[in-house]
Ligand binder design. Structure first.
Ligand SMILES: Nc1nc2c(c(=O)[nH]1)N[C@H]1C(S)=C(S)[C@@H](COP(=O)(O)O)O[C@H]1N2
Ligand SMILES: [Mo]
Length: 410
């Protein structure tokens, strides 16, 4: 390695950042040690207060849903500043408690088993391979679950279990070609450095071979031009653009070609949605045909105005935010100040690619002082429009309805 690029030099710096701190044993009340700062979130059960903390390693101020393992949500304001979510404000979600607190980048290997040849790559090996890069939204399947009515169990996220980054890495296809995919392979499995504390299935996911070989699915070593934060999967994570982040395995250290159907709990039992349009069933229903969650759907959020706020009246109200098309681009965003009775087109910001957030801005006429319901509605490149009515399913997955932002002008 005579010519280390800056990223490689940083990546090879040993990570000793996480020992102790809020993830340590003595850290039960980390969130409360922050001088009592709270976020107000509009939830189905009313406004809710959530603690804010800035002392998670590599993270700025985040909404804390849980300390160990961390569930950290991005405050909506962050999305108003840029369509790219800064790494230190990017949300965090881990399932099992034994997460990597320390990764020795020099000793790290990514292995591929089950192919024609076993493969074991160090980070320098990986950084020598041809790279790809694109912007893509990473969104939890349960993003906005806290708004389900009636409520459902699971992490009570508001809208901040999502983020958009420019990812850089090696196409999974390049790695699988090196391993040699035989005709008997039916799926490609992915696992990381995190472990459960008990005898249950580790968090592992799989993709069908044609999807894994599409040239877009990526083993990423960088986001937004920096190495991945430890809590977002340092040193490597899978990026499955257009699909929910349950597939975006973090701290990825093994890839396995499978020849039998994947029976792992996280594929076979978890992340199952109703096999109905919009993953929608009547509230309370639990028996219905199920299918695995896959691609995302169009969504949009007004990010510049907080729900519930009281504003000085002005006849023309600037309304802006972000939209995503799901697994394809954003064609159109409309906005409304009267709860969806009338709509006008918003201007779209730069197109950063089909998997990215896209900025929208408009000015809405507000005739009278009083209560107003602001809305935004995205149509993706396929003509799929956000529905007005919220979906419901017991897992709290795939919410994508038009969101209402109720404000008052005085
Ligand atoms: N190794 C590992 N990867 C994982 C998970 C996990 O628990 N372990 N959780 C998944 C889920 S459900 C989500 S929402 C995303 C969260 O990614 P982030 O923490 O980088 O935002 O990671 C995914 N990848
Ligand atoms: Mo998730």
């Amino acid at each position: 390695m005579d010519r280390l690029d800056p990223l490689l030099a940083k990546t090879l710096a040993r990570r000793r950042l996480l020992a102790g701190g809020v993830l340590g044993i003595a850290a039960g009340g980390a969130a409360l040690a922050q001088g009592g700062r709270f976020a107000q979130l509009a939830m189905a059960g009313g406004m809710e207060q959530r603690p804010l903390a800035s002392d998670f390693p590599g993270k700025g101020e985040m909404i804390v849903l849980r300390n160990r393992p961390p569930l950290l949500e991005t405050p909506m304001r962050v999305f108003d500043e840029s369509v790219f979510t800064p790494n230190e404000r990017f949300f965090v979600r881990w399932h099992w408690s034994d997460i990597p607190l320390d990764v020795d980048a020099a000793a790290f290997r990514l292995t591929i088993t089950g192919g024609k040849r076993p493969v074991s790559l160090s980070l320098p090996d990986l950084l020598k391979l041809p790279r790809i890069s694109y912007a893509a939204v990473n969104q939890c399947s349960g993003n906005s679950r806290g708004l389900f009515e009636p409520r459902v169990p699971g992490a009570q996220w508001a809208h901040g279990a999502m983020g958009n980054a420019r990812w850089e890495g090696v196409a999974l296809k390049t790695l699988l070609d090196a391993a040699g995919v035989g005709p008997e392979a039916t799926a490609v499995g992915f696992g990381g450095l995190d472990r459960p504390l008990t005898e249950v299935d580790p968090f592992e996911k799989s993709l069908a071979v044609p999807h894994a070989m599409d040239g877009e699915v990526m083993v990423a070593f960088a986001m937004n031009g920096e190495q991945l934060p430890l809590l977002n999967g340092f040193p490597l994570r899978l990026v499955v653009p257009g699909w929910y982040s349950t597939y975006w395995v973090k701290a990825l250290n093994h890839i396995d070609l499978l020849t039998v159907p994947d029976k792992n709990y996280w594929m076979a039992k978890a992340y199952q949605i109703p096999d109905t349009p919009g993953a929608d069933v009547p509230p309370g229903t639990s028996t219905f045909p199920k299918t695995a969650i896959t691609a995302m759907n169009p969504r949009s959020w007004i990010t510049g105005i907080e729900p519930g706020i009281r504003l000085p009246h002005r006849p023309e109200l600037p309304v802006g935010g972000i939209a995503m098309g799901g697994d394809r681009g954003v064609r159109r965003v409309e906005v409304s100040a009267d709860g969806g009775a009338t709509w006008r087109d918003a201007a779209l910001g730069p197109d950063e690619g089909r998997y990215s957030f896209r900025r929208f801005d408009a000015v809405l006429p507000i005739a009278t002082r009083g209560a107003h319901t602001l809305m935004s509605r995205c149509t993706n490149a396929d003509g799929v429009v956000q529905p007005m009515k919220a979906n419901w399913n017991p897992g709290g997955y795939m919410r994508n309805c038009v969101e209402a932002c109720r404000i008052e002008t005085v």
